[in-house]
Design a protein around this ligand. Structure first.
Ligand code: OOG
Ligand code: MG
Length: 256
């Protein structure tokens, strides 16, 4: 199924408008037929609209790298989305909740690329390009009504990406099987980084294949979010804090 460029533009504009007006929109798949390739084309176009407004790409994020997330959202394969500078929050910052439709927050592991990843080299080892690792959180805010979407919908919607915050960077080290704790006010969820494809480093390996296939450059200085280790929690007007054993913690405060 190849959707026309005009339709791709139309669907990207619909998602962009939903984000900018903080108004949800019905699933695109409800009344449009499009496949995974088309969905990534819509995502590209959506990112193009952001770049056109002066935002810049600062990294990428993976989604559905853990069973907890797949089960929560009813989706079963890894996806990739883009992070821009406008999505970044400082550790400890206030998050204005009125910017979002129905935000959720989830615990993540962030990797930082110390050099470009050569996607043309089949022997590339992305782990050798990483120079730091940190505890992080992602704010997801599906533009779809009630957070209900199909697999292609969520890809088109830049994988629900809305915000991210990174804790103190640590030297690159093995980060598999670390206890993860996310507290959002009185709500607490716990898990392990092992939930992320067995080890979050495997998320990086999965990323290389997708980046190659989708022509997504992976450059020095960029951040990679490996995907949530637990299900996401609704972000309310309270402190959200993520602790990863041995890596440290990161917080934001929701403000209504
Ligand atoms: C899609 C984003 C998934 C993750 O870490 O698995 C994701 C969603 O749940 O709306 O970011
Ligand atoms: Mg995530």
């Amino acid at each position: 199924m190849v959707v026309s460029g005009t339709e791709i533009d139309l669907l990207a504009t619909r998602l962009d408008r939903a984000e900018r007006t903080v108004t949800d929109t019905p699933s695109l798949a409800e009344d449009h037929e499009f496949d995974i390739e088309d969905a990534y084309r819509i995502q590209d176009r959506l990112i193009g609209l952001r770049l056109g407004r002066g935002e810049s790409i600062v990294g990428v994020k993976l989604g559905f790298t853990s069973k907890a997330k797949m089960a929560q959202m009813g989706v079963s394969d890894v996806i990739v989305g883009r992070l821009t500078d406008a999505m970044r929050f400082d550790d400890g910052a206030d998050v204005d909740l009125s910017r979002f439709i129905h935000p959720k927050i989830e615990p993540e592991i962030a990797y930082r690329l110390g050099r470009d990843v050569d996607l043309d080299d089949p022997a590339t080892d992305i782990a050798t390009c990483v120079d730091a690792v940190a505890p992080a959180m992602e704010i997801i805010d599906s533009r779809y009504r009630d957070f209900r979407f199909t697999y292609t919908d969520v890809i088109a919607d830049n994988t629900s990406a809305a915000g991210y915050v990174i804790g103190p960077w640590q030297r690159m080290q093995e980060a598999g099987n670390r206890a993860v704790r996310l507290e959002v006010g009185a709500t607490c969820v716990v898990g392990s980084t092992a939930a992320i494809l067995g080890d979050p480093i495997k998320a990086l390996h999965a990323l290389v294949g997708m980046a190659r296939h989708r022509s997504i450059p992976l450059c020095a200085g960029q951040v990679v979010l490996a995907g949530a280790a637990t299900a996401a929690v609704t972000l309310t007007a309270t402190v959200a804090r993520c602790d990863v054993a041995g890596l440290g913690s990161v917080t934001v405060r929701g403000r209504s």
